[in-house]
Ligand binder design. Sequence first.
Ligand code: PEP
Length: 251
Amino acid sequence: MRKKVIAGNWKMNNDLSESQNLITRLTSGLANLKINCDVIICPPYTSLSEANTLIKNTAIKLGAQNVYYEDNGAYTGEISPLMLKSVGCEYVIIGHSERRTIFKESNEMINKKIKKSLEHGLKVIFCIGETLEEREKNITNDVIRKQVMEGLQDISEKDISNMIIAYEPVWAIGTGRNATPQQAQDVHLFIRKLIEDKYSMSSADNLTIQYGGSVKPDNAKDLLSQPDIDGALVGGACLKAESFIEIIKAA
Ligand code: PEP
């Protein structure tokens, strides 16, 4: 039975004191709850170290929003997997659609980032998803297949057990327009079949596949009750402790 995973992607929001405030509200709100899922927060780089201190002895785990695929060197502005580990990160988001579109990250670059992160023992939340234009052209499955196959090139069956796939239709991110539970379920099942074909039935069965795209307290339960939706990657609604906690409760 797969445990659900709720992750909050803060994006470029919250300076240090705002981060302290949000984490304090989260930890106190979650303190007396019986939580049945894993909870991950992904603050900006500048708040990771402080976040790591504040979540000690709580159920919350720490992730970063991006990483570079070299260990160190002349890569001005970049952060390596080992640096993320040194500030307490267990997870890293790779391939978010904002990285793909705004920063032109290709499947090839995403694959390099995934491999380097896994090599250093980070767990990867690997994001994939189609644009509205691709959905309307009925090529969603082709786009997803390409992203999965190229993103996971040369990644072993053992390594896939340290990965989560987040299906995030680009048209649903930050738009307030979520995929219907059935639309999301259909793509999640398709992704699970791809993993079964590439690896094995047990890898596919054990893989956590999160849905992301305008997940809110009022739609979380319907989305999370689908058989192949194993959690949520939450953007806007994770910036308020109350709404993130409601989504955690729904899981
Ligand atoms: C995201 O950025 O991963 C995301 C899903 O954002 P939102 O929940 O705001 O749509």
